[in-house]
Design a protein around this ligand. Structure first.
Ligand code: SF4
Ligand code: SF4
Length: 389
């Protein structure tokens, strides 16, 4: 890994967010107060210093920005108002762009024209798909599966899932390459990837580290951000699984009784997505929490698309119950026109990608630390043997 200084790194990073990294005088207060920093990962001070020194390769191989959950304690106590919490957020956007080999993430994060233009492009593509492939509109009663044949939509979902998976997994591979292979300070035995896999599963399912943020709050507000985030992710994953894996079961013209799992699973996902999207948007409008004081365009687009998708989904469901055929068909088309760019652009290239990068960073960090410990033990044993000879 190169330690060559790049004088343009700070300037480049500033295109991704509003951190005042140049104001930092490296006092270390932020790392001391951070509930998630450790001796092995002394962020945010360490990576702020990397940026000041222009150490591009070292920053690119760092997992630390992903280990921060933006509680904002460091920003609140920084004597230089260097906004270290926002600096971590900015670095996460920058890292997302480094992992993405297509260059689209960089375009989306640094150019509003690209971000909004791409959403409009994908939306218009979906309108065109409806013009070409939609079935007849029966107007005497709601027949959604005649207008939008479920098998056709299901194949479209699979194509979309394949598209997302290909780009996200190839970017994940680049993350792995940059952070574990290129920066290999210690040899990593294959078995460690297997024995530490549980860390990945646990952190994806629970986002355990997020729990530590807001620990100093009292009562209901203690762990509130973690709780809301967990419910939001659970709703998102559930809805994604139902739509991609079980659409013929989920999109049906039959109206099931209220106790049927198709109904209550759908209601659960809808309620948590609605609440989660509104909570994020309201937080950004009010700007009370440290993490909401700065909002990048991508921070707005994500909850807005999420809310519009959820609200249009609720409207489809309501119109179907009220037996309003045309209203059902048009809102269904609008629902997919909003949902598709959110998935196609946000999951592999935008804000949603952190769902994969965060637990992976915890997993990779655990592997790195275990490999280093093993190497230290091995070196210690060799030294002990040499001393006894
Ligand atoms: S970001 Fe602020 S608290 Fe952290 S080292 Fe720099 S000046 Fe100190
Ligand atoms: S925002 Fe919170 S978790 Fe992130 S570096 Fe600052 S103190 Fe640590």
């Amino acid at each position: 890994m190169s330690n060559r200084a790049d004088p343009n790194l700070l300037k480049e990073l500033k295109k991704y967010g509003e951190a005042e990294i140049e104001s930092c005088f490296n006092c270390g207060n932020c790392t001391a107060i951070c509930p998630l920093a450790t001796d092995e990962t002394p962020f945010p001070r360490n990576n702020i210093r990397m940026v000041q020194l222009g150490l591009r390769d070292r920053l690119m191989s760092s997992l630390d920005p992903w280990l921060c959950y933006y509680c904002g304690d460091c920003s609140a106590t920084c004597p230089r108002k260097a906004e270290p919490g926002e600096a971590q957020m900015t670095m996460r956007r920058w890292l997302t762009a480094q992992y993405d080999w297509t260059g689209l993430a960089r375009k989306f994060y640094t150019s509003p024209v690209w971000e909004i233009g791409s959403i409009l492009f994908v939306s218009l593509f979906m309108v065109w798909m409806f013009v070409l492939f939609a079935g007849p509109m029966e107007t005497d009663h709601v027949a959604l599966n005649t207008f939008a044949p479920v098998q056709r939509i299901h194949y479209g979902d699979w194509a979309l899932a394949a598209f997302l998976s290909f780009f996200l997994l190839s970017n994940v591979f680049r993350m792995y390459w940059l952070t574990l292979r290129k920066d290999a300070k210690a040899k990593i035995p294959f078995l460690l990837y297997v024995t530490e896999a549980w860390t990945l599963v646990r952190h994806f399912a629970t986002q355990k580290k997020f729990e530590k943020c807001d620990e100093n709050q009292k009562g209901f507000f203690q762990k509130k951000r973690w709780r809301n985030h967990w419910f939001l992710v659970s709703g998102y994953v559930l809805m994604f699984a139902m739509v991609v894996g079980f659409l013929p079961w989920f999109q049906t013209d039959n109206i099931y009784p209220i106790y049927h799992p198709q109904r209550w699973l759908g209601y659960y996902a809808t309620i948590v997505l609605l609440y989660g999207g509104f909570d994020i948007l309201w937080g950004r409008i009010k700007q009370e929490h440290q993490s909401h004081r700065f909002s990048h365009l991508s921070d707005w687009i994500f909850p807005i698309l999420l809310l519009l998708t959820t609200i249009s989904g609720i409207m489809v469901h309501t119109f179907r119950y009220l037996d309003l055929p045309l209203a059902t068909y048009y809102t269904y088309a609008a629902h997919l026109v909003i949902l598709t760019p959110m998935l196609v652009l946000e999951v592999p290239f935008g804000k949603w990608s952190h769902l994969a990068y965060r637990p992976l960073a915890v997993y990779f960090q655990a592997i790195k630390e275990k490999a280093k410990q093993r190497q230290e033990v091995a070196v210690g044993a060799v030294a002990a043997v040499a001393a006894t000879d």
